[in-house]
Design a protein around this ligand. Structure first.
Ligand SMILES: Cc1cc2nc3c(=O)[nH]c(=O)nc-3n(C[C@H](O)[C@H](O)[C@H](O)COP(=O)(O)OP(=O)(O)OC[C@H]3O[C@@H](n4cnc5c(N)ncnc54)[C@H](O)[C@@H]3O)c2cc1C
Ligand code: SF4
Ligand code: SF4
Ligand code: SF4
Length: 396
């Protein structure tokens, strides 16, 4: 997070969401990034070059505090769908049902949007980068990455966005929040597609997964990785090693370990506070038992609904709120929101304080155990996950 304090711009690593907008937005090149061993970027500000314009502070999404008023009240009135690409192979190779890639590619092909800012695959760590697509530059399905769980500074290339009539931006809530102001004047209609997200991971999470698979990430970060795709719920791949995603999800990987620090001060998984039109997530617990993926879609606005219903090659099955509720993770998002004031260092009531402290301790101990011990039999990790989750016990 960037703040203007005592006539200086200061950086708080523990609240940085790693969106990547502050460096390209600075016209005097006062901001520089240094890659840390955990795959996150440390940020420095050269006070000799800084002209205190505060553009970086205004764009920084971690700065925007939220009150989350009525966050959950609207959910029963939203429109829900299970969606997937008509082509089974594209659906199978995507993160969930390939809805996001379909919106980008078919949206551009059919002229429903003129420009899209999202990610493209790259050859160097973090293996994905921000890209601006137009009708003259439509990506192939394989050029757009599936869910990348380690940190990607997606906004770094936002200056590539050219003026267009209908612009779609795709990203997690923090990325959309960072982008929305800077793209507002570049289009007549802005469509925001939010990738539902409760936490972004550091590279240490992939190191742990690699250990469980019996392999390693080389120090020079020259490796290939894929976290999802190849049949629901997917397969994690580090170089040639593989781990089925349903196994990865059962081990401490899923227990809020190795989280980007700034994710602690974000409780807007659906992107509703930044005005998302559509959000996309996994349909855990509510989907049919086959290995073809489906995406759980929440249409927040009429604009989002209209786009969904006109996109070619997308199959939509309408669902009621009651049908999709088990997959919406609302309780989990609520718990995250409860702890935001604690992680922001604010005064909060005793119960929140206790839950926040326990959460920190639990993460610390669990991480120490799984990182320090050599590779253990799978049953060991499964047993660790059977221990009660202290945060959830307190915030019921
Ligand atoms: C960090 C992260 C955490 C997530 N956590 C959850 C969760 O807890 N529960 C849940 O239900 N769903 C979660 N998801 C969403 C889920 O994994 C799928 O992305 C979603 O269901 C859409 O699937 P799809 O097949 O329609 O997407 P696809 O058609 O496969 O397209 C994927 C899209 O996601 C974009 N993308 C991939 N990684 C990133 C990234 N790091 N930052 C920005 N954009 C990215 C790509 O550019 C592409 O546009 C998470 C996703 C991410 C990236
Ligand atoms: S205040 Fe302006 S000049 Fe200084 S670092 Fe931020 S964007 Fe750059
Ligand atoms: S959250 Fe984004 S804008 Fe804020 S400091 Fe981190 S990278 Fe920069
Ligand atoms: S939890 Fe929030 S801050 Fe963290 S990556 Fe997801 S949207 Fe961004």
């Amino acid at each position: 997070m960037l703040k203007f304090l005592n006539n200086f711009i200061t950086f708080d690593y523990y609240k940085c969401q790693q969106c990547g907008i502050c460096k390209p937005i600075c016209s005097t090149k006062a901001i520089s990034y240094t890659l840390l061993p955990n795959g996150l970027q440390n940020i420095s500000i050269d006070s000799d070059k800084c002209i205190w314009c505060k553009k970086c502070v205004n764009a920084c999404p971690a700065n925007k505090e939220s009150l989350y008023t009525n966050y959950f009240e609207e959910f029963p009135n939203k429109r829900y769908f299970l969606g997937y690409n008509k082509d089974n192979s594209l659906r199978r190779e995507s993160s969930s049902g390939g809805v996001c890639k379909t919106l980008i590619i078919e949206g551009l092909k059919s002229g429903l949007v003129d420009g899209v800012y999202s990610l493209k695959c790259s050859t160097q760590y973090p293996y994905a980068e921000g890209a601006f697509y137009t009708r003259e530059n439509i990506p192939a399905y394989t050029e757009i990455p599936n869910s990348v769980y380690h940190s990607v500074m997606a906004c770094l290339n936002f200056t590539a966005i050219q003026r267009c009539d209908k612009l779609m931006i795709v990203g997690t809530a923090c990325q959309l929040r960072a982008l929305e102001k800077v793209v507002k004047n570049k289009c007549n209609t802005l469509i925001k597609v939010c990738i539902f997200c409760k936490q972004q991971k550091t590279l240490d999470s992939t190191r742990f997964l690699a250990k469980v698979m019996g392999t390693k990430i080389p120090e020079n970060l020259n490796f290939s990785t894929c976290y999802r795709g190849t049949g629901w719920p997917g397969i994690v791949r580090v170089n040639e090693s593989e781990l089925p995603w349903n196994r990865a999800a059962q081990i401490p990987f899923g227990r809020r370990l190795w989280t980007v620090p700034g994710c602690d001060v974000c409780g807007d998984s659906f992107g509703t506070e930044c005005g998302a039109d559509i959000s996309l997530m996994d349909p855990w617990e509510i989907r049919q038992q086959n290995d073809l993926g489906e995406t759980l879609i929440t249409a927040h606005t009429e604009k989002g609904l209209q786009l969904l219903q006109t996109i070619p090659n997308l199959v939509l099955e309408a669902k009621t709120y009651q049908e999709v509720k088990p997959a919406l993770s609302l309780k989990d998002v609520w718990r995250k929101q409860q702890l935001v004031p604690f992680f922001r260092g604010k005064d909060c009531d005793k119960e929140i304080m206790k839950a926040g402290k326990k959460e920190r301790q639990q993460r610390k101990w669990l991480q120490l155990i799984v990182e320090r011990l050599p590779r253990m039999p799978f049953i060991f990790y499964r047993a660790l996950c059977k221990f009660p989750d202290l945060r959830n016990r307190i915030l019921k």
